[in-house]
Design a protein around this ligand. Structure first.
Ligand SMILES: [Zn+2]
Length: 113
């Protein structure tokens, strides 16, 4: 008697949980399909995802370009500049702010050429 009740409860719980997961999966599928449909044309081929649902959703998405490395402002220094030091490297972090501003202006002038 008690076993039957427990079994019924477990059955009900499993059924509810399955439905919940299926609904959630369906909702996610619809949201992804909707998001792809709303993408501007040319950027992404919706066919690559919508037609074959077993392929990973990343198919057709170009890998993100990494940010360009910003070099230290000091002349002939090949180290990586850090924004926290005003775009100079750790070796040149004691450069006075006025000098950094000057170097930045010089670099901007060089970049314009
Ligand atoms: Zn440096």
């Amino acid at each position: 008697m008690l076993t039957n009740t427990v079994q019924a409860l477990i059955h009900q719980f499993t059924t509810d949980l399955t439905k919940l997961i299926e609904n959630e999966a369906q909702s996610i599928r619809e949201r992804i399909t909707g998001a792809i449909a709303n993408m501007p044309p040319g950027k992404f081929d919706p066919g690559s995802v919508v037609k074959v649902s077993n392929t990973p959703i990343t198919a057709g998405i170009k890998p993100r370009k990494s940010r360009p490395v910003f070099r230290c402002l000091r002349k002939n220094c090949k180290n990586v500049g850090a924004p926290i030091y005003g775009m100079v490297c750790t070796k040149h972090k004691n450069t006075p702010p006025a000098a950094i501003a000057k170097l930045k202006a010089q670099r901007a002038a060089r970049a314009e050429k």
